[in-house]
Ligand binder design. Sequence first.
Ligand code: BTN
Length: 270
Amino acid sequence: MKSLKSEIILKGLKTKTFGRSLLCLEKVSSTNDVILKLAEEGCSEGTVVISESQTKGRGRQGRHWTSVTGKSLAFSVLLRPFLKADELPEITLAAAVAVAKTMELFRVRPQIKWPNDLLLGGQKVCGILTEMGPKKDKMPSVVLGIGINLNQSTKDFPKELRQTATSFYRFSGHKIDRVRFFQRLMHHLEETYQWVVERRFSKVLSEWRKRSVTLNQQVKVSQGHHAFHGQVVDLDVKGALLVRNDLGMIERVTSGDVDILTLKKGKRPS
Ligand code: BTN
């Protein structure tokens, strides 16, 4: 089983900043925690921490994220964007587009479930967790944490996740070279992040819409104690979900869980 080595990754990396400063570790609590610490010490934008395993890998809404040594990818990127707090979700959507574009290079076409899940065959293959980091010279920092299931087989998933989670290999029947995948992903992440910081978020939105499994669906939105049903009509200019509730009013959703009640299969153009 090949572990990830920075000198090998750096050889084929075609980015300006993303992944140029790269730390490949075997075991950490969470790559987001490691990079938060590096951010406090002033590390530069685009610094990446990858780890083969995480003892406290975390997902949205306090969920746990599991990776498998040698088979998945779990990493965090430090960003220092000139963005207002309400613009930060744009980074999550941009990252989802970047992961989708990378998978497409390897001939699978994932769908994006708002805001941050990538699905293959309706099952989750990637999750993204964006967290605020410390400020440096009044500039906020943002940690972009991404977990991707690449070469796990069915038995690598706990029984309770086998219906809802999948990997690139489980879906396609092909193993993937994690180094090549990661190098190309860095390129796409840098590209879509530039769209955000250069105020070209409309480009992210149009790429996101093409791959969305959420648009037009009947959904249940859960936000803490508040939940409602409705139909997703669109994303707004900041990437919030616009849902027409049962009373016909449009609700703007910026956080929470969105469960799709009517998943229309085969919706994506080929
Ligand atoms: C989710 O789907 O809820 C988000 C999952 C994010 C997991 C990644 S793995 C790398 C980084 N470190 C973490 O602790 N979490 C993110």
